[in-house]
Design a binder for this molecule. Structure first.
Ligand SMILES: [Zn+2]
Length: 69
């Protein structure tokens, strides 16, 4: 179980950070509960299910996990 860290991507098996990848864009979890739930199921990190929205808001997902629109 990895420790929650706001500077690292919370996506399962990713763990990239702005420090390890310079120029990497990291996106905060949304404050909206339904949207953040969706992010959790997308990122496959079930540890996040135990966090409340305020804690999730400190977590980040890196740009590699977003579909380009
Ligand atoms: Zn990532």
């Amino acid at each position: 179980m990895s420790r929650p860290c706001g500077l690292k991507c919370a996506y399962v098996n990713c763990g990239k950070s702005a420090r390890s990848d310079s120029g990497l864009k990291l996106f905060r979890f949304p404050k909206d509960v339904n949207t953040s739930r969706q992010w959790i199921s997308n990122c496959g990190n079930l540890n996040l299910l135990h966090l409340d929205v305020a804690d999730l808001y400190k977590m980040r997902i890196c740009e590699h996990h977003f579909e380009k629109k």
